[in-house]
Design a protein around this ligand. Structure first.
Ligand SMILES: NC(=O)c1ccc[n+]([C@@H]2O[C@H](COP(=O)([O-])OP(=O)(O)OC[C@H]3O[C@@H](n4cnc5c(N)ncnc54)[C@H](O)[C@@H]3O)[C@@H](O)[C@H]2O)c1
Length: 256
């Protein structure tokens, strides 16, 4: 079946590396033009130039999603360049660790808590707030945010409590935005990955990886492609009657 993503305009936050870069590339492979947003200018530019090599339009923007001013300015420039926004993927996120191990809740410093919430949760809010009026005018749009299995269980490898709380917030915000925006033809969903092999993940230590794999019924970590496939599906016409869904992509590690 056709995803009907040809000439759609997509924004992918945290698109410079890891899962975000995989999503950006897959959307481009399906025909979309992609705005790669990342706090790292070099990786954002490099990812955008790989997309241009596929024959699509692509821009790289250095944006810290925790800054409302930077997000709003970026959206103004995207609308000036493309005239519309069809897809927003909220992927930028951080997962602080201590020497590759999890930080316990009582060890989290208040300013570390604030930083994780500012990037992982407020950043998603900023992007939805900025893009919603544009999509409401268009009477169409897709928003897909990256939550995590950590949002719904009491332990998730090296992920810490502030990270889990921020991702639970992403799932809750997804449901509320889905309910409010459906009448405007805007569908809002999330993907909740289990453990995926990415640069974020490589900071952990091998013996903990073995233990983690033992807890995954499919017996392996997920790939960037497997998360990107779910995001592209939710952004596409194949998911035209799905909203407020938090889709697990976790090899069976959490089944509920
Ligand atoms: N890797 C996993 O196992 C896993 C599991 C569940 C959920 N996730 C989520 O998937 C998303 C991507 O994770 P990843 O593993 O690819 O991480 P990653 O660290 O490899 O990539 C994250 C990207 O986000 C960017 N970024 C970080 N803070 C930013 C900010 N303030 N503004 C803009 N960009 C920022 C980084 O520069 C980087 O390019 C994150 O939201 C993460 O929480 C990852």
């Amino acid at each position: 079946m056709d995803t009907h993503l040809t000439d759609r305009v997509a924004i992918v936050t945290g698109g410079g590396q890891g899962i975000g870069e995989g999503i950006a590339q897959k959307l481009a492979a399906e025909g979309s033009h992609v705005v790669v947003v990342d706090q790292n200018q070099a990786t954002a530019e490099a990812a955008a130039s790989r997309i241009r090599a596929l024959g699509r339009k692509a821009l790289g923007f250095q944006v810290d999603v925790s800054s409302w001013d930077q997000v709003r300015t970026m959206l103004d420039r995207v609308v000036a360049e493309f005239g519309r926004v069809d897809i927003l993927v909220n992927n930028a996120g951080i997962s602080p660790k201590k020497d590759g191990r999890k930080i316990l809740v009582h060890e989290i410093e208040p300013d570390q808590w604030d930083l994780v919430m500012a990037v992982n949760l407020k950043g998603v809010f900023h992007c939805i707030k900025a893009v919603a009026p544009i999509m409401m005018r268009q009477r169409s749009g897709r928003i897909v945010s990256i939550s995590s299995q950590a949002a719904k269980i009491g332990f998730s490898g090296p992920a810490a409590g502030h990270y889990a709380a921020s991702k639970a917030g992403v799932s809750a915000l997804t449901r509320f935005a889905a309910h409010e925006l459906a009448p405007y033809g805007i569908l809002v969903n999330a993907v909740a990955p289990g453990t995926i092999q990415t640069p974020m993940r490589k900071l952990t230590i091998p013996e903990l990886d073995k233990l983690a794999i033992a807890g995954i019924p499919q017996g392996r970590f997920g790939t960037i492609d497997e998360v990107a496939n779910a995001v592209v599906f939710l952004a596409s016409d194949l998911a035209s009657y799905i909203t407020g869904e938090i889709m697990d992509v976790n090899g069976g590690s959490v089944i509920d």
